[in-house]
Design a protein around this ligand. Sequence first.
Ligand SMILES: *Cc1c(COP(=O)(O)O)cnc(C)c1O
Length: 418
Amino acid sequence: MKDTFVTLDQASEIARAYPTPFYLYDEAGIRRTARALKRAFSWNKGFKEYFAVKATPNPFILQILQQEGCGVDCSSETELMLAKAVGYADREIMFSSNETPDEEFVRAGNMGAIINLDDLTLIDAMERACGVPEIVSCRYNPGGDFAIGNDIMDMPKEAKYGMTRQQLTQAYRILMEKGAKHFGLHAFLASNTLTNAYYPTLARILFDVPVELQRETGAHIAFINLSGGVGIPYRPEDPDNDIEAIGEGVRQAYEEVLVPAGMGDVAIFTELGRFMLGPHGVLITRAIREKHTYKEYIGADACACNLMRPAMYGAYHHITVLGKENKPADHVYDVVGGLCENNDKFAIDRPMPKVDMGDLLYIHDAGAHGFSMGYNYNGKLRSAELLLHEDGSVQLIRRAETPADYFATFDFAGLHFD
Ligand SMILES: *Cc1c(COP(=O)(O)O)cnc(C)c1O
């Protein structure tokens, strides 16, 4: 069983004011996780989490994270605009983009963001667009397979991101010639990892490289960015990551590799998205139809346009039927949305308690890469986003789309919204 942060009564009351489906975020949980992360890395003087904006691009959420001392990691021009509107500035902003258009370098440069270069060939583009900043970061791709013990976690050799080891040296040299003074090193090698060993293993790979880079080029390494990838337990039986143990594992690697190399002043950065927000946002949708053919179907008023992960990755999202937490899961359902796409299924062959029409379904762990991956296929509209404050009050932090929003990008005589 997985806990919910609202009860049926609370959710029903919210649904009276804001029709389903909607996203609901838990401020208390967001703050708790941000503080736990900070505590786990408090041994590192310069530690900072740059929240990956793409996971949950809502200014109200970004504001909470700012109050908790986080920065932001932006990947596009609109994300930079969002960061600016919230009041993030200069080195509180990391700009980790790829195939970067000139305009994005211009904006990132104007905002004083730390630019994390995905490739060697981007140095010239950056220089033309915004000059070479004093502090700049490079993204590393070690190639090969990334394994922890015997488990292959991911295949960096197949990933489009980052530079080879030789290119890093070259990039640092070129950037130094062009006036860069302080350097960062970044790598993102595996996503949604459910092992406390991910960051420490990554740290050991990463920490050797700046030691070499400093010897080879004389560059001053200011920070190492472990990026995102710490996962969350989507399934009730999944192990939870212990951020305290993760921080301690990174500390040990730091003490063993960086400190003896005279690099004990290097700051550690993270760019977590999923770990920060995933468990603290849910999609609440109502069971509106049922269908009994070759299988038992429950039709929800949300669809893959609201939460794409199951359709796109076959991702598991746990579903609680609110108010039936303690009932036996003695029915087996496909929980589906209304898209004309057969992959529009939130759950397949899922044992659940009997679902009645009107029941509220609480789709867990949708707080990151949930709403933000939304789309408008079949003319479906994006839902509202709501924030549950620590005092129990609820704030609308993004209204639901209306047909007028859907039609806003063309001007066609005779189209009326009533
Ligand atoms: C997506 C992304 C992140 C966040 O990843 P999570 O899996 O949500 O932790 C961090 N950094 C970069 C560069 C990313 O692209």
